[in-house]
Design a protein around this ligand. Structure first.
Ligand code: GAL
Length: 435
């Protein structure tokens, strides 16, 4: 990848890379707590894989990778310990209690960037340099991505994908009916389009549970501030009180005034677009898997007809990225089984099975590009040419305590619609957490 991208990448993550970490041993072989051994399974043979990919569109990718794991490892049983709930809010809370009790799953999903740095700092993870050496993984992944999962030369996870957060999904027929010529390119055009849809009585913008509103906010911040100013927000001493941030949050307020009733999670919100009830939804590209995958796992919708996509308004040319990665927790009961899982997650075969279903592009640089068609071909192209910015909601730019404060501020804002209050809470959160 090119040099230009490196500066953006590191800018977004500089904060989290800085700390000197002391890793205290919190396990090291043989946690003994109760673990899922459903059906009387043997805990030694069972590999407990923890994620939040249970829902429609989420689970398909995991199942595809599981199949390869089972073929390669007949002596192990895959135990799917996924906890429902988009963005992993519920899963991550449960995971925290398991880690604190020294009863980790054998492997868990964590986001590259600030989120993973938190687990590393807490001493929860084994380093994986042995695996990177054995499988020559340093050559397989972009160096910038490896930076995000490393501390002082030690690498702590295996990234399976790159997701894009700043995608505007829309229903072409609803836009046409409302007289909207195409995907809005700026935030001003977006508001004008939302107004036209409203006049037709359709839901202009669908939203899900609270985290989806933070997800929307990160795209609005990026679209309003521009890439460099957005990335600068996560550096120590960043000015969240600036008039530029006030303007961005005012725009966010205006956009939110067109939101429909909050749905239970991201899938029902995305479905409103696919079903023609709503015009727009800002969601990560896991929505593509959900729209596109055949029924059972997905909605089996036709791209460009039932749904279409564009960069979120004002963000063209920037990839607001995140990456799902798997870890080796200290004290994993079935360490060998976990390593066997990581080998599949790291492999070209594993990534090429997982990603086309997950709606993401592979973290590996040598994946089979012909498998990535339709939306995913656009994503691969943009990934190789765009500037980078790190997602807030999905673990890149801010760590978990910081995100919790942001989520709380956004949750309050949904009720109060108080821009000044939101801005102050965001500024306080940055001051308390930026390192
Ligand atoms: C993200 C995760 C994605 C997808 C999404 C919705 O945090 O990285 O893989 O699962 O949540 O649940």
């Amino acid at each position: 990848m090119r040099r230009r991208m490196r500066s953006h990448w590191t800018a977004a993550a500089a904060v989290v890379m800085a700390g000197v970490l002391s890793l205290s041993a919190c396990g090291g072989g043989g946690g003994q707590a109760a673990q899922p051994t459903q059906g009387g399974g043997d805990a030694k043979k069972q590999v407990e894989v923890f994620s939040w990919w249970t829902g429609p569109g989420e689970a398909d990718g995991l199942q595809a990778m599981r199949k390869i794991f089972e073929e390669r490892n007949p002596s192990y049983t895959f135990f799917d310990a996924a906890v429902a709930g988009g963005s992993g809010d519920k899963a991550k809370a449960l995971l925290q209690s398991k880690l604190q009790a020294d009863t980790p799953p054998d492997t868990f999903q964590g986001h590259a960037g600030a989120e993973l740095q938190g687990y590393i700092k807490a001493g929860d993870l084994e380093e994986l340099n042995f695996l990177y050496d054995e499988l020559k993984l340093k050559d397989a992944f972009p160096a910038q991505l490896v930076d995000q999962i490393s501390v002082q030369g030690k690498i702590y996870s295996v990234p399976v994908n790159i997701h894009r957060s700043n995608v505007l999904w829309f229903n072409p027929a609803v836009l046409k009916e409302a007289g909207v010529a195409g995907a809005p390119k700026t935030l001003e055009e977006f508001v004008a389009a939302l107004e036209k849809v409203k006049a037709k009585g359709k839901v202009p913008l669908s939203i899900g549970s609270e985290w989806t509103v933070t997800h929307l906010m990160e795209s609005v911040l990026l679209g309003s501030l521009g890439t460099d100013a957005y990335n600068a927000l996560f550096k120590p001493g960043a000015d969240w009180n600036s008039p530029q941030v006030t303007k961005a949050l005012e725009q966010f307020k205006t956009i939110m005034s067109y939101a429909g009733d909050p749905q239970d999670d991201w899938q029902p919100a995305a479905k409103q677009v696919a079903d023609g009830e709503a015009a727009f939804n800002v969601m990560g590209d896991w929505a593509y898997g959900y729209f596109h995958n055949p029924p059972e796992g997905g909605l089996g919708k036709k791209s460009k007809t039932d749904f279409d996509w564009a960069p979120a308004p004002g963000t063209e040319g920037t990839y607001l990225w995140l990456s799902d990665s798997f870890t080796l927790p200290k004290g994993a009961k079935n360490r060998d089984g976990a390593v066997a899982w990581l080998k599949v997650a790291a492999s070209k075969e594993g990534q090429d099975a997982f990603n086309p279903k997950k709606g993401s592009i592979p973290a590996r640089k040598d994946a089979e590009h012909s498998l990535y068609t339709d939306y995913l071909a656009d994503a691969l192209k943009d990934w190789s040419s765009n500037k980078l910015a790190g997602s807030i909601q999905h673990g890149v730019a801010v760590n978990q305590p910081w995100l919790a404060s942001i989520n709380e501020a956004v949750g309050l804002f949904i009720g109060t619609k108080d821009v000044a209050g939101l801005q102050k809470a965001l500024a306080d959160a940055a001051q308390a957490n930026a390192q």
